[in-house]
Design a protein around this ligand. Structure first.
Ligand SMILES: NC(=O)c1ccc[n+]([C@@H]2O[C@H](COP(=O)([O-])OP(=O)(O)OC[C@H]3O[C@@H](n4cnc5c(N)ncnc54)[C@H](OP(=O)(O)O)[C@@H]3O)[C@@H](O)[C@H]2O)c1
Length: 120
């Protein structure tokens, strides 16, 4: 499981897999359907970044989660237009800036501690 609210795999799993050349599939990238409302404090951070790029908050989230070269994100949708929106998150003609990444890291930090990974 890998989403902005649950980045625990970044602590040990991702570095290990990167080092071994193992691909990682990140599931439930939208928090299992509980994505941030644009009115929430965290949602507003995503909206602001999205507006700077002419993108959507979900595209910002997917782009961020796809920053690691060996991670593949699998958002689920039954709507073609949403699948298109999701796939355009990794288009080559745009990208997150250092400022965007810093703001996302501040709003959605990797949690402390070293607990067993959550699974669905
Ligand atoms: N153990 C495992 O391997 C495991 C566990 C859990 C999930 N998964 C897999 O991971 C994938 C996703 O998991 P998930 O269902 O937990 O949740 P998710 O991808 O975090 O969220 C899916 C929800 O987001 C909505 N959505 C997707 N794109 C959207 C968009 N652009 N705009 C608005 N809403 C959008 C979908 O709506 P609609 O449905 O209405 O289109 C659906 O309700 C699935 O393929 C699932 O099979 C694997």
């Amino acid at each position: 499981m890998y989403n902005l609210g649950y980045r625990a795999i970044e602590k040990r799993i991702l570095p290990y897999c990167t080092n071994k050349g193992i691909a990682v599939v990140g599931y439930s990238p939208f928090g299992h359907g509980n994505f941030y409302s644009p009115q929430s404090t965290k949602g507003k951070v995503l909206v602001e970044i999205a507006n700077r790029h002419g993108r959507t908050p979900r595209q910002i989230a997917l782009r961020f989660l796809s920053l690691h070269s060996n991670v593949f994100i699998i958002p689920k949708t039954s709507h073609p237009e949403m699948a298109r929106e999701n796939s355009q998150s990794v288009d080559k003609d745009w990208g997150l800036t250092d400022k965007d990444i810093e703001e996302i890291n501040r709003a959605f930090p990797v949690s402390d501690g070293d607990n067993p990974l959550k699974m669905i």
